[in-house]
Design a protein around this ligand. Structure first.
Ligand SMILES: NC(=O)c1ccc[n+]([C@@H]2O[C@H](COP(=O)([O-])OP(=O)(O)OC[C@H]3O[C@@H](n4cnc5c(N)ncnc54)[C@H](O)[C@@H]3O)[C@@H](O)[C@H]2O)c1
Ligand SMILES: N[C@H](CO)Cc1c[nH]c[nH+]1
Ligand SMILES: [Zn+2]
Length: 429
């Protein structure tokens, strides 16, 4: 059952507390992750094998699988499952392939031309979660934009199963993406391995992918240590559902549970326009939870979640903007009039027939999204995440005359004579 709050009785501080997601209050996760990163940095492959034995319960001879193993595993999956993964791949590809746009050249002054060109990040590392559930869909969400961007080297890491392999669905996605190696490393150690490089695992320029709190913390730490960047903090999944009288309590409960089942540390928040609706959703939650295979995880997540009752939909959006959810679902007939007020959200699902599951798997949008309030400042993964934009400029004779004295004056006022000379020598020479 969701705990209940009434928006009009909440003060500013209480709202701040409600929207805060303090994932690691005593730095316990940070301490563990720092130690793992240090070990991987100093010992490389040896310690990756030890962590596989400790966390994944498997003794690994080889830290990777190659094309032959991948082909064999991919061939074990059913035709319907292949077809569903192919359709997801195609839709994600269709949506993402529109994201590489050429920008126009700008002549800022006569003879002074500036423009930007897109270049792929050469070496990227993709983390595919595999702790409490293996997520082949995440491989598509990261691999498709990496391929569209043209990244030369795509390193994929995922925790091994206890038989030392990966599941057939991940293998099939590797084939769709034409990636012929996967490294059998999970958790913070995978992030460290891709950040520093080991004897077996190549160092990359940028690390992508969602994961549990260990993975997310490792990504945030590695940036400062290994000259590597990351996509964003994409930790435990979360959803905020805005619902009014037009909503079906059963649909709302289903959407809350769809994220709650990811893990005990997921959060599912309901913002509803009446107390009666919250009660109806709670009743539906109890009934749907009872038959979920992952009910233990989901019910723990629901215990850490809550419902807020508001008087208007505008208030609901205000609360949602403060919360900055990874996923926002508007289960109201009025959704069209609300979208313009949304300022902080990773991905938004509109109306009664647009469940978040569609975006998690196959509608085409990316499911690797900022969590823990980072939707205030980060976007989800896209082709942009896999490229850099390099600026170019060209100045001709006219341009040098136009801009020359401006630069000379500015260099002079900063006391940088060599800067000024680089212009003067051309103008006067
Ligand atoms: N934000 C997003 O875009 C997004 C997308 C998909 C999934 N997710 C989230 O990804 C997460 C996946 O988590 P998961 O746990 O299933 O898989 P995971 O692959 O992220 O983590 C599993 C690994 O965590 C490490 N680990 C586990 N317990 C540990 C401990 N006590 N100490 C040190 N390391 C430990 C192990 O190495 C293990 O292999 C979920 O929280 C899910 O909600 C987020
Ligand atoms: N909801 C997750 C993002 O937070 C993505 C996912 C993968 N599989 C199912 N769901
Ligand atoms: Zn999901």
């Amino acid at each position: 059952m969701l705990k209940k709050y009434d928006y009009k009785t909440l003060g500013k501080e209480e709202i701040q507390q409600l929207v805060a997601r303090n994932m690691d209050p005593n730095n316990a996760i940070q301490d563990v992750v720092q130690e793992i990163i240090q070990q991987v940095r100093q010992q490389g492959d040896v310690v990756l094998r030890e962590y596989a034995a400790k966390f994944d319960k498997v003794e690994l001879d080889r830290l990777y699988l190659d094309e032959e193993d991948i082909d064999a595993l991919a061939s074990t999956i059913g035709r319907d499952q292949q077809r569903a993964l192919e359709i997801a791949f195609q839709n994600i590809h269709k949506f993402h392939s529109t994201q590489l746009k050429r920008e126009r050249t700008v002549e800022t002054m006569p003879g002074v031309k500036c423009w930007r060109e897109v270049r792929p990040i050469e070496k990227v590392g993709l983390y595919i979660p595999g702790g409490s559930a293996v997520l082949p869909s995440t491989l598509l969400m990261l691999g498709v934009p990496a391929r569209i961007a043209g990244c030369k080297e795509i390193v994929v890491c995922s925790p091994p199963q206890s038989n030392g392999k990966i599941n057939g669905f991940v293998a099939f996605c590797l084939k769709l993406l034409k990636i012929n190696r996967i490294y059998l490393v999970g958790g913070a150690q995978a992030v460290a391995a891709m950040g520093f490089g080991t004897e077996t695992i190549p160092k990359v320029d940028k690390i992508f992918g969602p994961g549990n709190q260990f993975v997310t913390k490792a990504k945030s730490i590695i940036q400062g240590l290994a000259n590597v960047s990351i996509d964003m903090p994409a930790g435990p999944s979360e959803v905020l559902v805005v619902a009014d009288e037009s909503a079906s309590p059963a649909f709302v409960a289903a959407d809350l549970l769809a994220q709650a089942e990811h893990g005990a540390d997921s959060q599912a928040v309901l913002v509803a326009t009446s107390n009666a609706l919250v009660d109806a959703v709670n009743t539906a939650l109890v009934a749907q939870l009872a038959v979920l295979p992952r009910k233990e995880l989901a019910s723990k997540a629901i215990e850490n979640s809550y419902a807020v009752t508001v008087e208007t939909l505008r208030e609901a959006i205000q609360f949602s903007n403060d919360y900055a959810p990874e996923h926002l679902i508007l289960e109201t007939d009025q959704w069209e009039s609300l979208t313009r007020y949304i300022s902080n959200a990773g991905s938004v699902f509109l109306g009664h027939l647009t469940p978040e599951s569609a975006g998690d798997y196959a509608s085409g949008t990316n499911h690797t999204l900022p969590t823990s309030g980072y939707a205030r400042s980060y976007s989800g993964v896209s082709v942009d995440s896999f490229v850099k934009k390099v600026t170019f400029q060209h100045i001709n004779e006219t341009g040098l005359q136009q801009i020359g004295s401006v630069v000379e004056i500015l260099a002079e006022l900063e006391g940088l004579q060599a800067h000024k000379n680089a212009i003067s020598i051309r103008k006067n020479g």
